[in-house]
Design a protein. Sequence first.
Length: 371
Amino acid sequence: MFGFGKKKTRPEAGGQAPAAGAPVVERNASEPPAPGPVATDQPPAGGRLAQAIAERADRQQEGEAGRSFFRGLRNGLARTREVLNADIAELVTGRKEIDEDLLEELEMLLVSADVGMPATTRIIEDLAYRVKLREVSDPQGLLEAVRRQLADILHRADAPVRQPAAGRPQVILMVGVNGVGKTTTIGKLTKQLQAEGNKVMLAAGDTFRAAAVEQLQAWGERNDVPVIAQHTGADPASVIYDALQAATARGFDVLIADTAGRLHTKSNLMEELKKIVRVMKKIDPDAPHEVMLVVDATTGQNALHQAVQFNAAVPITGITLTKLDGTAKGGILFAIAERLEVPFRFIGVGEKIEDLKHFEADIFLDALMKP
């Protein structure tokens, strides 16, 4: 399942679901899976995904692979580290006490990293209170207190991905504006899910943007997974309905549905997103199990505005932050978590498939703030 979980063993169903709209074009999925025995195993307590996330985090911190992961994450966060680590460390160097000027300069640094005014104000007010009570009395203690405050923001936003009922695929609905790296994220996530043994299907629900379907089909061919698509301009809800029928009938573990890079200020496009969710629920009342918003870290506060608007239309349950390696404004991650309390699932710190990193708050903060 999604989140690096091992694939769910389910009863196989032969045959392909009938189309519910225009003719379906499918790549790499001409034959249904071979029938197999009915599985009787049940997901472990806490859910398959929750267990898989914990196991993945352990692997990320252990051995040479863990060290390599950590180095890659640190390198990808280099520009944001300059603000949230190097600049803050420089700020306190040589100081022996915490005064009002130091707190004001710290406030400006957090704002410059796009941590956002609400989170920054709360952090500074809490620090000032702790200084007054002498719970924080020296600059080094101040750095540790900032780290704890940032960790608290991320942990308050943490939540597991919902799991599907037995015999149904887990549905991930991908949303986000054009240019944030949504299609590329789908391709990378598909590869990682396959590595965990999942059978993945893609749905080309972005029927408006030129070449969007072809781009998703190219990722399908690269990963050798089926892509359900219709002609350009087709009803996206119909495409995704067909895909969910097919994924359910043929025993797929995960269905990832792409959607148009809709402008978050266009109400009619947001209404269409709501329609997609409605038609999914005709097949599976629990779908989608994850509404994943993809945002570009380099856009700073605009990423927060997008998150707020999408969340108002269809409540998002997870976020992927891309292009974190190309910005000094990675603090927007904290601004979004503070405002919406929606968990981050992945962060993108490069172009390679392995540069889509599973988000683990404590590992992220270590990579961001440890000297």
